[in-house]
Design a protein. Structure first.
Length: 628
C-alpha cells in the first residue's frame, strides 16, 4: 500500500469516527442551546494603481498582524473573520464597525504598497492572465487543493455561462474560484431545530440574494446579476461525464431536497457522495473526548465539509469547551459597501429570526423545486426576477421584498432585541435600494454601458474599478451612487495601457484547407486586412495578409484552387495580452509588420493592428497637446 493510499484510508476511518461521534453528541448536553449568535466572513480584492488585481496579500497580512485577517486562495485576495456575537442589541452596527476597523487596516497596508482594497463579488478587471499559478497563495493547503482538484477534474477547467453575453473559457488551475469574493453570514442554531431552520435558510436566501446582487461582469462579459454563483459552480465541478449522465450532484450546489432529520444527514451524504480531496489527518479520538465530557474537534469532518460548497453550509464548531451548530450562508457577494453588506445581513438575520418563530415545517408551504428556482432566478435577474413564495404566492421579487419580507424581517429583528435604530437604518437601505432598482450589479452594468463608444472595453472596466474605489471610500450605500462618469483623456494618458485593453477580440479566422477565394471574400465582407489560420484543434497555424493575397492575384491566371495553407506565412509575430502598448509599438516597428497576433497559452486570443494602435494612442496625444 502506498503512502497516499494509507493516508486516504486513515482519513476515511477518521471521517466515520467523527460522524459517529457527532451522532452521539446529539444525545448529550455538549451543544450550546438557547443562544443565538451571528458572525461573518468578508472576502476582498487587492488592486494596483492600474486597477488590476495586485498580489500583495502576504505583505498586507504581515503589516496588519491581526489573526482576523487571513489568506485566501489567491495572492490578490484576503478574508476578514468577524468575531461571533450574541444576536441582539447593537450587533449589526457592531458587526459593521468591526469590519470597518479591519478593512481600514488592510487598506492602509495596501496603500503602503501603492494599492487599494476593493469590495466586489467579481472584480471587473480580472482576466485569465491574472489566474496563473504564480498568483496562488504559497501555502501547502492551497497547492494540495489545486493538485487534487486538477487530478479529479482530469483536464482543463471548462466554464460556460450564458447571460446578456456568452462566456466560454477553459483554464488549467483552480484559480477560477479566486475570481469570486463573498460575504458569508453565520447563524447559530440548536441541534434540535437545525433541519427546520436550515430549510428556512434555503428559502429566504433567494430574496436576500436578489436585493444583494453585485457580480454582473466577468472577463468583460455581461452575464448573470450574480455571476459569482455560476462561476463558482462551474470552476469546482469535478464530475466525470459518467457522473453527469447519472445526475450526480456537484460539490457546489443549492441542494436537491429538504433536510428531513438532523445535521448528520448532510454530513453523511457529503461523505457518501464526494471523494476526499485533502486527506490531512489529525491524531484524535473523538469518542474519548465525549467520554471525558468535552466536545471533540472533529477535524476530519470539518476539513471534508470545507471541500463541499453548499450555498447554505452546515457547520460544527467548539469554543471554550462548548460545541455549537451554525448555518453558513455563502451566497451573498462582497460589497458594494460595508453599509450595504450589513443591510444584507440584517435582512437575512431578520427573516431567519421571524420565520424560526412563525413558520413550522416550511416544506409543507413551498416545494423544494420552487425554492431552488427562486434562488437561481435571483442570481440571474436580481430584483427583476419573479419569486414563488409560501402558499404559492407568486410575483415580482422587488414587490414581494418591499410589501411583505421587509416588514417580516423587521419583526424578527425587533423580537430578537436588536436595536431599533439599527433596524431602521439597515432595512431602510434595503428598501431604498430595491425601490430605486440600483443594486450593485445594476450600477456596474449601467455605468459600463453608459461608457460604451467612449473607450475600448478593457479601459472601461478599469474606469469602473477606479470609480468603484472612490464611491466605496465615500461610504454611501450603492442606491445613492451616481453612475460612473466616462473617463476624460487624462485618465487614459496617465496609465500604462496593456495589449488586452485595446486588441480586437472578435477575430475572423480560416482553416488551412479553406480556399483562398473564401479568405478574399471574408477580407472584403468584414473589412479586415489580416486573417489568422487555425487548425481544427484551435492551434495557431499561420497568418494571411492582404499583401499576400494581392501578390497572388497579381500573378494572373489561376486555374487550380489554392488552399489557405499555401498562401499563409508560418513565421508569426506574436505578443502577450499583458504586454504594454509601448511593447506592441516597438514589436511592430522592429519587425516591420502591420499586425501582431495576441497569444496566451499557445492559443489566439486577439489581434492588434496599426488601426488599433492609432485608436488607442489618439486620446493620449490629444491630452498631451492640450497640456502644452
Amino acid at each position: 500500500m502506498s503512502d497516499s493510499e494509507r493516508r486516504l484510508h486513515d482519513f476515511s476511518r477518521a471521517l466515520i469516527a467523527d460522524v459517529n461521534a457527532l451522532e452521539a453528541m446529539l444525545e448529550t448536553d455538549l451543544f450550546e442551546r438557547g443562544m443565538r449568535r451571528i458572525g461573518a466572513e468578508l472576502e476582498l480584492f487587492f488592486v494596483g494603481p492600474d486597477h488590476y488585481p495586485a498580489p500583495i496579500a502576504a505583505e498586507v497580512l504581515e503589516a496588519v498582524g491581526d489573526p482576523r485577517l487571513v489568506h485566501e486562495l489567491a495572492r490578490f485576495n484576503a478574508e476578514i473573520n468577524a468575531s461571533p456575537q450574541a444576536f441582539g442589541g447593537t450587533c449589526l452596527s457592531d458587526l459593521e464597525a468591526e469590519l470597518r476597523s479591519l478593512l481600514d487596516a488592510a487598506d492602509a497596508a495596501a496603500r503602503a504598497e501603492n494599492c487599494r482594497v476593493a469590495l466586489a463579488g467579481v472584480l471587473p478587471t480580472l482576466s485569465l492572465t491574472s489566474l496563473g499559478l504564480d498568483n496562488l497563495t504559497d501555502k501547502p493547503r492551497y497547492r494540495a487543493l489545486n493538485d487534487a482538484v486538477a487530478r479529479l477534474r482530469g483536464g482543463q477547467f471548462a466554464l460556460s455561462i450564458r447571460g446578456l453575453d456568452e462566456l466560454e473559457v477553459s483554464h488549467d488551475n483552480v484559480l477560477l474560484e479566486a475570481c469570486t469574493t463573498s460575504f458569508q453570514l453565520h447563524f447559530q442554531v440548536a441541534p434540535e431545530e437545525f433541519a427546520r431552520l436550515y430549510n428556512i435558510a434555503q428559502v429566504v436566501t433567494a430574496p436576500v440574494l436578489a436585493a444583494a446582487v453585485n457580480s454582473p461582469l466577468l472577463f468583460g462579459r455581461r452575464l448573470w446579476q450574480e455571476t459569482r454563483l455560476a462561476l463558482f459552480e462551474g470552476s469546482i465541478d469535478l464530475r466525470s461525464p459518467a457522473e453527469h449522465r447519472r445526475d450526480t450532484p456537484s460539490r457546489v450546489s443549492f441542494g436537491d431536497r429538504w433536510v428531513q432529520g438532523s445535521v448528520v444527514e448532510i454530513f453523511k451524504e457529503q461523505i457518501a457522495r464526494f471523494r476526499v480531496v485533502l486527506p490531512d489527518l489529525a491524531n484524535e479520538d473523538p469518542a474519548a473526548d465525549i467520554a471525558a465530557g468535552k466536545p471533540p474537534p472533529l477535524t476530519a469532518l470539518r476539513l471534508h465539509n470545507g471541500t463541499v460548497w453548499r450555498w447554505n453550509r452546515a457547520c460544527y464548531g467548539a469554543v471554550d469547551g462548548v460545541a455549537h451548530l451554525r448555518i453558513e450562508n455563502r451566497a451573498l457577494p462582497s460589497g458594494p459597501t460595508l453599509a450595504d453588506q450589513t443591510a444584507n445581513a440584517a435582512f437575512f438575520y431578520g427573516l431567519m429570526a421571524a420565520m424560526a418563530e412563525d413558520v413550522g415545517d416550511i416544506s409543507e408551504q413551498i416545494s423544494f423545486a420552487d425554492a431552488k428556482r427562486n434562488f437561481f432566478a435571483a442570481a440571474r435577474y436580481g430584483v427583476d426576477s419573479h419569486t414563488t413564495w409560501l402558499g404559492q404566492e407568486r410575483g415580482p421579487t422587488g414587490e414581494l421584498i418591499r410589501r411583505r419580507l421587509l416588514p417580516l424581517a423587521r419583526e424578527g429583528l425587533l423580537s430578537g432585541g436588536v436595536d431599533s435604530g439599527d433596524v431602521d437604518r439597515y432595512l431602510g437601505i434595503i428598501d431604498e435600494r430595491v425601490a430605486s432598482g440600483q443594486t450593485g450589479a445594476q450600477w456596474f452594468l449601467r455605468s459600463f454601458e453608459a461608457m460604451n463608444g467612449r473607450a475600448p472595453r478593457d479601459l472601461r472596466l478599469r474606469r469602473l474599478v477606479e470609480q468603484l474605489l472612490d464611491r466605496q471610500e465615500s461610504g454611501a450605500p450603492v442606491h445613492e451612487w451616481e453612475l460612473a462618469a466616462p473617463a476624460d483623456d487624462e485618465f487614459w494618458s496617465e496609465r500604462v495601457v496593456r495589449v488586452e485593453e485595446f486588441m480586437t477580440r472578435d477575430v475572423f479566422t480560416v482553416r488551412p484547407e479553406d480556399l483562398v477565394d473564401l479568405v478574399a471574400s471574408v477580407m472584403d465582407w468584414q473589412h479586415v486586412r489580416y486573417i489568422p489560420v487555425e487548425d481544427d484543434e484551435g492551434g495557431l497555424a499561420g497568418l494571411i495578409t492582404h499583401r499576400a493575397l494581392l501578390r497572388l492575384l497579381a500573378r494572373g491566371d489561376r486555374q487550380t484552387p489554392v488552399p489557405a495553407r499555401e498562401l499563409m506565412t508560418a513565421e508569426l509575430i506574436t505578443i502577450s495580452p499583458t504586454a504594454s502598448l509601448l511593447d506592441a509599438m516597438r514589436t511592430m516597428r522592429d519587425h516591420a509588420v502591420g499586425c501582431l497576433l495576441v497569444v496566451e497559452a499557445e492559443r489566439l486570443v486577439g489581434i492588434v493592428t496599426q488601426s488599433d494602435l492609432m485608436r488607442v494612442t489618439a486620446p493620449v496625444i490629444e491630452a498631451a497637446l492640450r497640456r502644452r
